[in-house]
Design a protein around this ligand. Structure first.
Ligand SMILES: Nc1nc2c(ncn2[C@@H]2O[C@H](COP(=O)(O)OP(=O)(O)OP(=O)(O)O)[C@@H](O)[C@H]2O)c(=O)[nH]1
Ligand SMILES: [Zn+2]
Length: 364
């Protein structure tokens, strides 16, 4: 059961101490106000975080949808207690409403983030970049999805333009209405991998999910709305199996995940590395052979996995590139705005010469 939900052999090692404590693994598949749903080899159970986990952990270490958890089960009541969370491969975070310093995890262990936007009128490169940065920052692989290709005159041309700013990530075009491009999209999610769809309201995410699942999820959507009033809290599927063996996570808040300040998301995923870097001898250590480099030492001793370090560097570089580009675009837009203002000013002066009296009042 848990294999189907993405359990990897690699997790077995991280789980070993929990297994010794008599706990079993499970994946958090839904979160609601008063607890969680976890998928285990015994099926789906209601779960709560242990008091210890809840009180000792930082907000960002509380269980989130997508997390792998160490559980104790009560099969008579079909409930579970979450004692610990395994290290995450990726996280989507948002700032808590009541504090700019507290980061909440809205989804964990996401492999692929589909950045969804529609090919009709308001194709907005800035918005795509914002979502792309959020995706890179999470640690997931971003894939841009341009929906409603049936409405576009030349979807390939638009896809090429987007590819130019999408920092080397794949750009797909789909039409949920015509059923085009769906298999190509599913091919990006390997069996056992988990994906999310992020993008603004109305770009066609629900319709795409329906098309991918070959069923109508309107019903679940009504339940989701009811969720906000605290009803039907267990019926909504926040994690669903896709044809082809992948998983789709669709939890409240994930769809319109915004860009929070640079690198904070990476900092949550790569907490261990960030802490290591703080112990390098030099503050501006480039970790390229400087004396007293804690990263080098950890790589040499095997305490830091080389692949994990490479991934951290790659994500940091991608994020920096997306941010630099967004900044450049913002500057361009500001320059154009100023040029426009100047033009309007010159025009108004010209107009004023003929249109105002000597006291500057408009002649009537
Ligand atoms: N022509 C065309 N219209 C589509 C397609 N996919 C979705 N739409 C329409 O776009 C509108 C918005 O679609 P939704 O799936 O509700 O958009 P959403 O992104 O899920 O929006 P939220 O639920 O608010 O996040 C609906 O009227 C859909 O019928 C498509 O492939 N082609
Ligand atoms: Zn260093």
């Amino acid at each position: 059961m848990i294999k189907q939900y993405g359990w990897l052999e690699a997790l077995t090692k991280a789980f070993a101490p929990h297994a010794r404590a008599g706990h079993v693994p499970g994946r958090v598949v839904a979160q609601h106000r008063d607890g969680y749903q976890v998928m285990t080899d015994e099926g789906e159970l209601r779960a709560k975080a242990s008091g210890r986990l809840f009180h000792k952990a930082r907000e960002a270490d509380h269980p989130a949808v997508g997390d792998w958890a160490a559980l104790s089960l009560n099969l008579v009541e079909r409930t579970a207690t979450i004692h610990a969370i395994l290290p995450r491969s990726s996280v989507f975070v948002r700032r808590a409403a009541d504090s700019i310093q507290t980061l909440q995890v809205i989804a964990a262990n996401i492999d692929v983030a589909f950045v969804v936007t529609s090919l009709n009128a308001d194709l907005n490169p800035r918005r795509i970049e914002r979502y792309l940065a959020a995706a890179w920052q999470s640690g997931a692989r971003p894939v841009v999805v341009l929906t409603k290709s049936d409405l576009a005159e030349d979807s390939q041309e638009q896809a090429d333009a987007i590819a130019a700013l999408a920092a080397g990530c794949p750009v797909l075009t789909v039409s949920a209405r015509q059923g085009l491009g769906l298999d190509a999209l599913l091919a990006h999610v390997a069996p056992g991998e988990t994906c999310v769809l992020i993008g603004s309201s109305g770009v066609g995410k629900s319709t795409l999910v329906n098309a991918l699942l070959g069923e109508d999820r309107m019903a679940t959507r009504e339940i989701r709305e009811a969720d906000d009033q605290g009803r039907h809290t267990t019926s909504h599927r926040q994690m669903v199996l896709l044809p082809g063996g992948g998983l789709l996570l669709d939890t409240p808040g994930i769809r319109e995940v915004g860009l929070i300040e640079a690198e904070e998301g990476l900092g949550v995923v790569f907490d261990d590395i960030e802490r290591l870097i703080e112990t390098c001898k030099f503050n501006d250590c480039g970790h390229a052979g400087e004396p007293g480099c804690a990263v080098r030492a950890a790589l040499d001793s095997g305490a830091l996995d080389a692949g994990r370090w490479a991934n951290f560097q790659k994500l940091g570089a991608e994020l920096a590139a997306v941010e630099a580009k967004a900044e450049r675009l913002a500057k361009d837009a500001e320059r154009r705005r100023l040029a426009g203002l100047q033009k309007a000013y010159r025009a108004s002066k010209k107009d004023a010469k003929g249109g105002l009296d000597s006291a500057g009042r408009r002649r009537t």
